[in-house]
Write a protein that binds this ligand. Sequence first.
Ligand SMILES: Nc1ncnc2c1ncn2[C@@H]1O[C@H](COP(=O)(O)OP(=O)(O)OP(=O)(O)O)[C@@H](O)[C@H]1O
Length: 329
Amino acid sequence: MENILEVKNLNIDLITEKGNKKLIDNVSFNVGKKQSYGIVGESGCGKSITALAVMQLLSFPLKTSGGEINFHSEKESVNILSLKKNEIRKIRGKEISMIFQEPMTALDPIFTIERQIIEALKFHTDLNKKDMSDMALQMLKKVGIPRAEEILKEYPHQLSGGMLQRIMIAIALICKPKLLIADEPTTALDVTIQAQILDLMNELKTSFDTSIIMITHDLGVIAETCEKVAVFYAGQIVEETDVVTLFHNTAHPYTSGLLKAVTSLGDKSKNLFTIPGMVPAGGHMPKGCRFEERCNKKMKICKDKSPELIEIADGHKCRCWLYAESGDN
Ligand SMILES: Nc1ncnc2c1ncn2[C@@H]1O[C@H](COP(=O)(O)OP(=O)(O)OP(=O)(O)O)[C@@H](O)[C@H]1O
């Protein structure tokens, strides 16, 4: 499979008066053309800042401190990290779009829905006003908005959270981007609306041939939408594989913990399972495995030495001493 995005040894630092703290540590992954790639992990693992780096949207006190983010459009291949501001603007919103968790804060309360949808068209195309309005209308219909003509003239506060998220998707897709990054797109919504939005994204992915990076803390969302998954923990990838293997042949104890937490939600006879402890904060990483303190399979070596991300089976990578030859007690 050809790749649309190749992230190589990405490092992101937090700049502080006492020096820089590494928040993302040598993260590498590839997203295939037309593929849905999931990034999953608890809050604070570095999912969102990785996505912001792909859009070149990190701002002080965060900065990329190494690596490459190679984006392969139809026309050319570019390293996003080396693009100037005017160059990334041509890609952002056109070739790569992003949907955020909170549509209400991402939309501007003082502009109509129509104005917000055609903003990207104005910037990236030479279409006249009538054609832009027609496209906005068609797009609203595509994302399942009823009374689309009327809604175009309305303002964000007049619409429900589910409707606003559909509008965010319409804005993100209006220029037919090759890559769509969805950062917790359903977290703020009711469960039934969540399912509708995920169905819609799956449908649109097929009709627009878009690759998707789905960022979530919810393995249920991953199961519904993704083909390949990276599990993030404390600024590193700890497991990467196809979605079926992730659920049926789980390797990393952290992934097992996340899965156990989801399955215990559906079983009323059991207490809710949570992984004990917390994700270590950036700049305070332990010397050994970052998950060691919380791990129910830890060995002596885990405290002393950090494991590498290695291929444990075809296309299945894991960062855990359980799978390394030298991982004896
Ligand atoms: N603007 C910022 N200033 C300082 N630290 C930040 C900033 N943004 C993120 N961080 C830190 O970077 C780390 C990763 O944050 P990030 O938001 O990427 O996590 P996440 O996995 O996406 O979690 P969430 O789902 O809560 O957003 C965290 O330790 C967070 O505190």
